[in-house]
Design a protein around this ligand. Structure first.
Ligand code: SF4
Ligand code: SF4
Length: 513
């Protein structure tokens, strides 16, 4: 069924079908172990039924003719570009069907959220000739060998071991995983946290970028078509091949045509990086920070807030071609505290970080789908109600202080209020979290995970997240309606502040959708 958002989006982008996305025509994405995928969202784990065996498992990972993953240890870049998997995705989209690899986008749209499909298609429709691209597509879904946008994950070398991450993406996680995994009792948690054959399945290794010379030859041949290079986990800023690639692009004279995009923890930012950035057309740096103070240190372990703040200021003083946004990974551990984070950010009065219209002048968010025990849907209803009440109160504050989001812009209140990434986004997050209740199934996993990670890292969840501490006392017989003492105290605090928790108000957005 076409909803209003899809209709408006099609009118703006001239997309040939309701299910179309431009990415499979311009883009390929890699995993740190060398697997290739339609895009990073296509293969985000925990996308629900799309990871069923019925669809061959590992949905969104490109497959070769024998059904095995197209991995850069055993294949190359260009033969995957037009393999049967990619051709099928394109054909299905042109026919108005929903490829299994992309169900996460469609589900997010159904929950009222701006999906990656919507914004990426809108972005690329302004930069390529969409009609020409469609005309060049054969009936089988084959297209010319021109990659405009590559998402590169050059192995898993990382200097953090974030609580929602794993050894699949971070080398620093390995020692903790070795301690954690054998001790896990909950079967489902054990399955979630598995790291089959240390990531070396179907020829995958985290060193693929060091050994596949054909990949680099083909990539350099694509540089004249390239408009965007995107680097994400491990941590590109400490991966040597990332620097080699940038230097090679500069040497070949294409840097001024190419936009660089990063999701980075920003722990190490050497001068060499900024010198290279100066040569590129534009740099979009998405700084991965998830909360403030010791909460961020707990989530983005073992970062230190003082250093994080220092890097905020370093990034705020970068060259004019560098755009900086905060990429906040929304999960069970931080959704309640997001208003505090946004408020902190607004109070810093940064010169360039997330200036309007980026994130409506606040911060940018994306959901953590995996691991499922940290997905926002794991939270029991009473905690979601607390969160909703806090957001409502914060939105009232934002409406009074909206000018803090605007910098020097003279955009109107109405423009700010209607921005997709502003209040609408905050409300969309609540709708998403309330659209499913996984607490009965997943809270035991959450509790075991947090307790064991605290033991391994010598952290203290109860101290760091006092408002969430009662979650650790949840018992399965409490079910979804558990109403702990702390719950009442929070409600009273909110009411003391003049806020009245009203169930109808809380679920207003959900009902409208
Ligand atoms: S529809 Fe979504 S998941 Fe599929 S390619 Fe586009 S952005 Fe990626
Ligand atoms: S910075 Fe990224 S790759 Fe590194 S541990 Fe955190 S989430 Fe994982």
């Amino acid at each position: 069924m076409t909803n209003k958002n899809t209709k408006e989006w099609r009118e703006r982008t001239k997309a040939p079908s309701d299910t179309f996305c431009l990415l499979p025509w311009v883009h390929l994405s890699t995993r740190p172990n060398g697997h290739m995928r339609v895009c990073c969202t296509a293969n985000a784990s925990s996308v629900g039924p799309t990871n069923d065996k019925e669809f061959g498992g590992e949905v969104g990972i490109l497959k070769q003719a024998d059904g095995k993953p197209a991995n850069l240890n055993v294949t190359d870049l260009m033969s995957s570009w037009n393999n049967d998997y990619m051709k099928n995705v394109r054909k299905q989209m042109l026919n108005g069907e929903k490829p299994p690899s992309c169900l996460k986008c469609y589900a997010e749209e159904d929950a009222g959220h701006m999906s990656k499909r919507f914004w990426e298609t809108e972005y690329w429709a302004r930069r390529v000739n969409l009609q020409e691209i469609i005309d060049e597509t054969s009936e089988e879904g084959e297209i010319p060998p021109k990659i405009r946008y590559l998402d590169l994950r050059l192995g898993s070398k990382c200097n953090l071991k974030c609580v929602m991450c794993s050894p699949h993406d971070s080398s620093l996680w390995i020692p903790d995983w070795i301690k954690l995994h054998p001790t896990i009792e909950n079967e489902s948690l054990k399955e979630t946290m598995q790291w089959g054959n240390k990531g070396q399945i179907d020829g995958a290794t985290y060193n693929w970028h060091k050994s596949n010379t054909e990949f680099w030859k083909q990539l350099y041949k694509q540089i004249p078509h390239m408009k965007q290079l995107y680097f994400a986990g491990g941590e590109a800023t400490i991966i040597e091949e990332h620097y080699t690639l940038l230097e090679e692009v500069v040497k070949r004279g294409y840097a001024s045509d190419i936009i660089l995009r990063y999701n980075s923890n920003g722990i190490e930012m050497p001068q060499r990086l900024f010198d290279l950035w100066d040569q590129f057309k534009h740099v979009r740096f998405h700084y991965s920070v998830d909360s403030i103070d010791k909460m961020n240190d707990y989530i983005r372990y073992p970062s230190e807030w003082d250093h994080t703040v220092k890097m905020f200021h370093l990034l705020d003083n970068t060259g004019p071609n560098v755009e900086v946004t905060v990429a906040c990974a929304v999960q069970a551990l931080n959704i309640y505290y997001l208003p505090d984070f946004v408020k902190w950010k607004l109070e810093q009065n940064f010169k360039k970080i997330n200036l309007w219209p980026l994130g409506a002048g606040m911060i940018n968010y994306h959901f953590v789908y995996h691991p499922p025990h940290l997905n926002v849907k794991v939270l029991p209803n009473w905690f979601k109600e607390m969160t909703h009440a806090k957001f409502d109160k914060f939105i009232e504050w934002l409406e009074e202080n909206w000018k803090l989001c605007m910098g020097d812009s003279d955009a109107s209140y109405e423009q700010w209020r209607q921005a997709n990434y502003g209040i609408k986004r905050l409300q969309g997050m609540l709708s998403f979290s309330e659209s499913g209740d996984w607490s009965r199934e997943r809270m035991p996993e959450f509790i075991e995970y947090i307790n064991k990670m605290d033991g391994i890292r010598d952290t203290n969840f109860r101290d760091v997240f006092p408002e969430m501490a009662p979650l650790l006392d949840w018992k399965s017989e409490d079910g979804d309606d558990w109403d702990g003492e702390f719950d009442d105290r929070l409600l009273r605090e909110l009411e003391d502040d003049g806020f009245h928790v009203n169930q109808e108000e809380l679920y207003r957005d959900k009902e409208e959708l």
